[in-house]
Design a protein around this ligand. Structure first.
Ligand code: GDP
Length: 460
C-alpha cells in the first residue's frame, strides 16, 4: 500500500544556525530530487546509498532558495521505517518556512503533530510506550526523568511487560489445552502452581504500580510548600533556591500575600515550590485568603519546608504550623543562623512532638543550600532508586492498564479459592493479558492512538 508522503519542520522555529525539514513516505526521495541540485551532473538522491549526506542547493524553478545538506535514509532503516529525507537548511523562521513550503509544493503534505512517531509505531518500529517515551524525552525538565524516559524508549518497560504477558499466555494455553485434551494433560495439582505464578506476577505488577509515585515526582517535580511565620525568611530562602529575586523580600510582616510557584532544579530533580503567605492569625482579608491557601497547599504537598526564624522565640504561628506538619513529610530550615539564637532545635521538635530532618540555614549568607539539596534527593529517591535497572512508571495510562491487570489477577485468585472450574481462570487471565497489552499498544484502538499522538509536537 502506498503511503502519503509527509513533511514538517523538525527543529524549533526560532533564530538558529540550522533547521531541519523532515520528509517521510514513498515519495520522500523524489520530492527532494525535484528541488535539490548538486554541482555534479546527474547526481540524484534516488541513486545514493542509504544513510549518506549530500551537499548542494535547493531551487524553486530557477530561483535559488538555500545552500543545504540533505541526508537520505532509505526504508526500512529510518525513524518511520519509510524512505526519509532530512534537509538541513539555514535556520531562522523565514528560511525554515520557505523550505517547507517548497517541499509541500513538490509532492508532500504537511505532517500532523506526532505523525512521524505514529508511523514508527504503526509500522512496528517502536511500541506505544516507546512512542510515549519520545514525547517525554522532548518535554523532560530534569535529569532523572530524562534518564528514565530514555530507558523507556530503549524498551525497559516494554520488555518487562512482554515477559509478564508471555507468562500469562502460557498459563492460558495450558488451561485451554487441558480442557481440550483431558486424557493427556492433567490439571491435578495445577491450582497450586497457578496460584504461585499469579502471586509472582502480581508482585511484579504491584511493584510497577508503586513506582508510579516516584515516577510522578520525577516527571512533575516534588510539590513543595514553604511555611513559616511572617519574616521567618521564606521568600529569602526561595530566592536562594531559584537564584534570582522572584519573591518580594521585605521586613514588613505579611508582604508575601499570594502564593508564588517556581520550578527549581535540585541535583537532577525538580521541586515545584509554592511559597505561601506567612501563616499567622490576621484580620486582614487579603492575608487571610493567603493563609487559607497556604493550609490548602500544604495539605496536598509532597514536601513542606518549615522555615523557622531562629533569632526569635517560637510563637502562636509556629504552634499552628507544627501541628499541621506533624504527619507530613517536612524539612525544618533553621534560618538566620548568622544571628544570635533565641530558639533551640529541641524546642522545635518538642513543639512538633517528633523529630524531622533539620538544616542550619542563613538565607542571607547563602548557607545551607548544599545540604538542603543533598537531603531532598536522599529523602525522595535514595533507597527507591537502588539500581539503574529499576523501572519507573511515569505515565498514568500505563498505571491504569497495569492496575486493571492486577485486578484481573485478583479475580483469578478468588476463583482459585472458590474452586471454580478452570475456564473461569482463563477468562480473567486473558483480561490481565489484554490489559497489559495496552501499555505497549497491542490492544489499543485507533481513537486512543490518535489521541496520544495528537499531543506530540510538530515534526516529531
Ligand atoms: P518571609 O516573610 O518569611 O518571606 O521573610 P522574608 O524572606 O521576606 O525575610 C524577612 C526579613 O528577614 C528580611 O529583612 C530578610 O532580609 C531577613 N532575613 C531572611 N533570612 C535571613 C537570614 O538568614 N539572616 C538574617 N540576618 N536575616 C534574614
Amino acid at each position: 500500500m502506498k503511503t502519503e508522503t509527509i513533511a514538517a519542520i523538525a527543529t524549533a522555529l526560532s533564530d538558529a544556525g540550522i533547521s531541519i525539514i523532515r520528509i517521510s513516505g514513498d515519495e520522500a526521495i523524489n520530492v527532494a530530487d525535484r528541488i535539490f541540485v548538486t554541482k555534479e551532473k546527474n547526481h540524484i538522491l534516488k541513486n545514493v546509498k542509504s544513510h549518506t549526506i549530500h551537499y548542494g542547493f535547493l531551487f524553486d524553478g530557477d530561483e535559488l532558495i538555500d545552500e543545504v545538506m540533505v541526508s537520505v535514509m532509505k526504508a526500512p532503516k529510518s525513524y518511520t521505517t519509510e524512505d526519509t529525507v532530512e534537509i538541513n537548511c539555514h535556520g531562522g523562521i523565514l528560511m525554515s518556512r520557505k523550505v517547507l513550503s517548497l517541499v509541500l509544493q513538490n509532492g508532500a503534505r504537511l505532517a500532523e503533530p506526532g505523525e512521524f512517531t505514529k508511523r514508527a509505531f504503526l509500522n512496528g518500529r517502536i511500541d506505544l510506550s516507546g512512542a510515549e517515551a519520545v514525547m517525554d524525552i522532548i518535554h523532560s525538565e530534569n535529569e532523572m526523568f530524562l534518564k528514565s524516559s530514555v530507558k523507556q524508549l530503549r524498551g525497559s518497560l516494554s520488555s518487562s511487560i512482554r515477559t509478564l504477558r508471555e507468562k500469562i499466555l502460557f498459563e492460558i494455553a495450558f488451561i485451554e489445552s487441558a480442557i481440550d485434551d483431558p486424557e493427556h494433560i492433567s490439571l491435578d495439582g495445577y491450582q497450586d502452581r497457578l496460584s504461585e505464578i499469579v502471586d509472582d506476577i502480581s508482585v511484579s505488577l504491584q511493584k510497577l504500580i508503586d513506582s508510579f509515585d516516584t515516577g510522578k515526582l520525577m516527571r512533575e517535580g516534588i510539590r513543595t510548600v514553604i511555611l513559616g511565620k511572617p519574616n521567618a525568611g521564606k521568600s529569602s530562602f526561595l530566592n536562594l533556591l531559584v537564584g534570582e529575586e522572584k519573591a518580594i523580600v521585605t521586613d514588613v510582616a505579611g508582604t508575601t500575600r499570594d502564593a508564588l510557584e517556581e520550578y527549581v532544579k535540585v541535583r537532577g530533580v525538580s521541586l515545584k515550590v509554592i511559597d505561601t503567605a506567612g501563616i499567622r492569625s490576621t484580620d486582614d482579608v487579603v492575608e487571610k485568603i493567603g493563609v487559607e491557601k497556604a493550609i490548602r497547599f500544604a495539605d496536598d504537598a509532597d514536601l513542606i519546608l518549615y522555615v523557622v526564624d531562629s533569632s526569635r522565640t517560637l510563637d502562636e504561628n509556629d504552634h499552628r504550623i507544627c501541628e499541621m506538619i506533624r504527619d507530613k513529610r517536612a524539612i525544618i530550615l533553621y534560618n538566620k543562623t548568622d544571628l544570635h539564637a533565641a530558639v533551640t532545635e529541641d524546642e522545635i521538635f518538642d513543639l512538633i512532638g517528633k523529630r524531622f530532618p533539620l538544616i542550619h540555614v542563613s538565607a542571607i549568607e547563602n548557607i545551607g543550600l548544599d545540604e538542603f539539596e543533598k537531603l531532598v534527593k536522599e529523602m525522595f529517591f535514595e533507597g527507591k532508586i537502588s539500581s539503574s535497572d529499576e523501572i519507573f512508571i511515569t505515565n498514568i495510562r500505563h498505571k491504569e492498564a497495569i492496575s486493571e491487570a492486577l485486578e484481573a489477577l485478583k479475580l483469578v485468585k478468588k476463583s482459585l479459592a472458590d474452586q471454580m472450574p478452570e475456564d473461569f481462570y482463563s477468562i480473567d487471565l486473558m483480561h490481565a493479558y489484554t490489559s497489559l497489552g495496552f501499555v505497549i499498544g497491542e490492544e489499543v484502538g485507533e481513537d486512543l492512538v490518535n489521541e496520544i499522538f495528537s499531543k506530540f509536537c510538530m515534526g516529531k
